[in-house]
Design a protein around this ligand. Structure first.
Ligand SMILES: *Cc1c(COP(=O)(O)O)cnc(C)c1O
Length: 371
């Protein structure tokens, strides 16, 4: 049996929606992106949504629209996908890392204040694996030091923190729609905000710096081509119509895994949390330190079970080490967690048979590899 790490959930509705676009003259800048933006804004509960061609593009536009530039610092987590720190580097500002909480795997808010200085402009919080970051504490810190907050919610569409949807807990947030996310547009992302100025700047910058309603070749500012095309947006609209079903199904799969994996010694299942609704993005276990994680992963791969060591710390990526001189030991919690994690196959259409095969193969792997 082969069980992939992830798989998008595409039905005939999505296929019809995309084919429908191909029968119109509007393949970019048309009605689908507007419909997708409205659907996300309505669901998340923000005034504005601005569709872009990737989550990374969305993060970049937020850094720019906040005026973050050379000489500035942004506080963020090293336990994330590399794009959440790279977006700061794009503008020659410096990402300043803060180690994580070993339970939530998000920014340890107790360590944030000591990193703030006159160069600090913003806190970029990541809701890692769809588990909401401690936003209340970050909001207090941001207010005291007059900082902006950006949510990298690329893994967390639909997650809820103390009764509020993620994406509404900061100045602006980004969701992403790569095929392994909760819903997909192929490639794509979206910025959400209640701030009219941020929305206006992002709209302009995604479209080559054009002003609203200005002539096609009139450019008011430096911009990019970060537009989301109509085929992708139509796919997004069709996926959004099924979002709650998709999230419920993912939660069911996570619960099945939790039940079964709790019985395996040496395996720690993901935190389920209080006062939060996790939007299940990936299903990541941690192995006891006495078990050789890499050998377990090799065993899983050999037996057809897709897996990945989520995440590899950002500060230990070769170019971060070169640029900033980071070394092993700089962020010990992040490093310890990173050495023990395995993302297991996780998608809403996974069958009971596939899930049982994954669990059995993992149990075999642990026994075979030995302690
Ligand atoms: C997916 C993801 C992004 C954005 O990814 P794109 O591939 O650019 O859409 C950003 N940050 C995190 C934490 C992510 O998981």
């Amino acid at each position: 049996m082969r069980v992939p790490l992830s798989k998008p959930d595409i039905t005939q509705k999505e296929i019809d929606a995309v084919v429908g676009v191909l029968k119109t003259p509007y393949l970019s800048i048309g009605p689908q992106i507007t419909a997708f933006e409205q659907s996300i804004a309505r669901y998340v509960g923000t005034k504005y949504a601005v569709g872009v061609n990737s989550g990374t593009s969305g993060l970049h536009l937020l850094i720019r629209s906040l005026g973050i530039t050379e000489g500035n610092e942004v506080i963020t987590t090293p336990f994330s996908f590399v794009a959440s720190a790279n977006c700061v580097l794009f503008e020659r500002a410096k990402p300043v890392f803060v180690d994580i909480d070993p339970v939530t795997l998000n920014l340890n808010t107790d360590l944030v204040e000591e990193k703030i200085n006159e160069k600090t402009k913003a806190i970029l919080a990541v809701h890692a694996f769809g588990y909401p970051a401690e936003m209340k504490k970050l909001q207090v810190i941001a207010k005291n030091y007059d900082l902006a907050i950006i949510e990298d919610a690329c893994e967390a569409l639909g997650a809820i923190y103390e009764g509020k949807k993620v994406g509404t807990l900061s100045d602006a947030a980004v969701f992403a729609f790569y095929p392994n996310k909760q819903i997909t547009t192929g490639e794509g992302g979206i910025i959400v905000t209640d701030n009219e100025e941020i929305a206006r700047l992002c709209r302009s910058m995604r479209n080559q710096g054009r002003g609203e309603g200005s002539a096609w070749l009139a450019h008011e500012r430096l911009g990019y081509n970060y537009r989301l095309d109509e085929l992708s947006a139509a796919l997004g609209v069709a996926q959004m119509a099924r979002l709650e079903d998709i999230l419920a199904q993912r939660e069911k799969v996570a619960k099945r895994y939790n039940e079964k994996l709790r019985k395996i010694e040496g395996v720690k299942t993901p935190t389920t949390g209080k006062n939060v609704r996790i939007s299940w993005f990936v299903y990541v276990i941690q192995l006891d330190e006495s078990i050789n994680r890499d050998e377990v992963m090799a065993y899983l791969e050999k037996h057809g079970v897709g897996c990945r060591p989520y995440f590899s710390p950002i500060h230990l990526q070769p170019f971060y080490k070169d640029m900033f001189g980071y070394r092993e030991g700089d962020y010990p919690v992040t490093e310890r967690v990173s050495r023990s994690t395995i993302a297991l196959p996780f998608y809403n259409t996974i069958t009971e048979e596939e899930l049982e095969y994954v669990v059995k193969t993992l149990a075999d792997a642990i026994v075979t590899v030995g302690n």
